[in-house]
Design a protein around this ligand. Sequence first.
Ligand SMILES: C[S@@+](CC[C@H](N)C(=O)[O-])C[C@H]1O[C@@H](n2cnc3c(N)ncnc32)[C@H](O)[C@@H]1O
Ligand code: SF4
Ligand code: SF4
Length: 567
Amino acid sequence: MKTDYNKVFDSLCKSKSVKAHFNALNKIYLSTTDNKLKNFLNAALSNLLDPKYLKNSTPIPLSKSSLRCFVDLLEYCKAKNKTMFYRQSRDTFIRSIGEYGYIKSQLTKHDRTYTQEGQAFLEVLSREPQSLEELSIKACEYFEDVIPADIQNDMREFLDSLVADRYLVSGETAEECAAKDTYFSYAENPKTLFKYNAQQNPDDEKLYTDTQEVLGVHYREHPQIYSCQIETTNRCNEKCIHCYIPHELKNVVLPYEVIENILQQLHDLGTIGLTLSGGEFFLHPDAEKILRKARELDFSFTILSNITLLTSKMIGVLKEVNPALVQTSLYSINPEEHDHITQLKGSCEKTKAAIDTLIAANIPVQISCPVMKTNYHSYKDVLKYAYKRNCKAQTDYVMMARYDFTTDNLAERLTIEQTEDLLKDIIQFDKDYLDFTDTPIPPVSREEWGKRPFCGVGMDNLCIASDGIVYPCSGWQGMACGNVREQPIKDIWEKSPQLNMLRNLTKSAIPQCYDCEDKQYCAPCLVRNFNESGGDYLKVAPHFCKAAHLNRKLVEEAKAKMRKEKV
Ligand SMILES: C[S@@+](CC[C@H](N)C(=O)[O-])C[C@H]1O[C@@H](n2cnc3c(N)ncnc32)[C@H](O)[C@@H]1O
Ligand code: SF4
Ligand code: SF4
């Protein structure tokens, strides 16, 4: 039974006699499950039980002691009744994904899915403060034969739990909500806030479901563009020796009008995540307009950039538009090495200075440090550099060939011996890596494994190149699925033969993987296969199989060592 604090409030204020008070409060006492309220009522009722007050129609005033109880009771109910306004935090995004209501915080990186009542409650929230009463009236439209009073308590509990986890802010005024809103800060949001996304299943407190896993199952049946990467221009001021974009093709800019149209279509399709990339994003003549449009259309967006061209004016714009992340590439803290990779003298100092400017402005920045022959001995200094600044850094050692099938950039790829040393370092220093590979995988029959989807291609994300061509994954410009200048994105997403074929691809597509003992340690990638083999996405380069074998061997050795140490 839900407690109606309004009723207590009313009966205290409006009842004309002690007997009426007694009867009204007693009724509430018997029905409420709020123990604190029960205590207050108990005190008030014991006072009223004095026979001298219980005579028929004894008029108010009451005795001093019962008045004291009534004041306490009133205070309690008033606190429970005060008008609360709720709104989304600046860093929170809400979407409808099929039967799920979805909420995500780009600050904490946590997300949740809800169905039924929870989905309806999410639907009525917005960035404007709304009172609980307003919200419950709107939510009633999602149900039949329900009045706002029926759902107000459930809704309050729901909203308060989202406030506790920083998805929402609440307050008695709009100003209070604004004052409580979230802001990324290097002092307050250490990188440890970026935790694994886990959602508690209300049916079993011990069971945790990964939101992305729930959605993954949904997307398999109902593909929907959750996130999209846009190569706003492929022009670049650097000429990185490993870059998968052929340098001689880097002269195309996607006009602002086309980008604006793309953003509007993605917004209408319910897309939440956007990656604004290049070439060099800040070389786009309308970079600021693009950022402002992305904010206006409520995307959670990441910018990939070498940040050498970042101006103080743009820092101000970034503060306003609140990106989820600015990701930048820093290959070495040694200018000679970094500039050798980027082929741009002075780029290391510029990127490092811009990293510090972003940190000082409390704009979240992440360092990406692909490891190759040139920075193989010094990448750890980049990790230390990031650690000192409390900012996230990630390495990657699997380089891919260019999308015009020229493979000379792979001369920079680590040899298999270097890969072994790198993996040993990762296993030793990255606890998450061992934990992740240590997660027991339930046994699955050969046949069942073969029926599993190959990867998430075509399920929930898409890329658009600077010439308007749509392709399935980053770097797969050779797999054209349509052009946004000629067809609506929705049509391409639903009807492209290439996307439909890729969606139906299963693990069985590469027969050599069926009985491979290393498959648990391998993530075969269609784009890498395609670019390296001259266009066959099912042809695995021997390098990847050797790396997977190494991965397995080293992880197993590390686990055996750990077991021995425990004994
Ligand atoms: C294509 S760049 C675009 C954004 C920006 N220009 C930058 O360099 O950060 C995005 C990321 O891809 C990485 N990258 C470039 N070529 C690559 C390749 N062949 N294999 C793997 N990653 C590559 C870059 O190092 C960079 O971290
Ligand atoms: S800065 Fe980025 S896009 Fe430019 S050459 Fe380097 S990796 Fe390629
Ligand atoms: S190691 Fe090679 S054969 Fe084995 S699963 Fe990976 S790609 Fe397939």
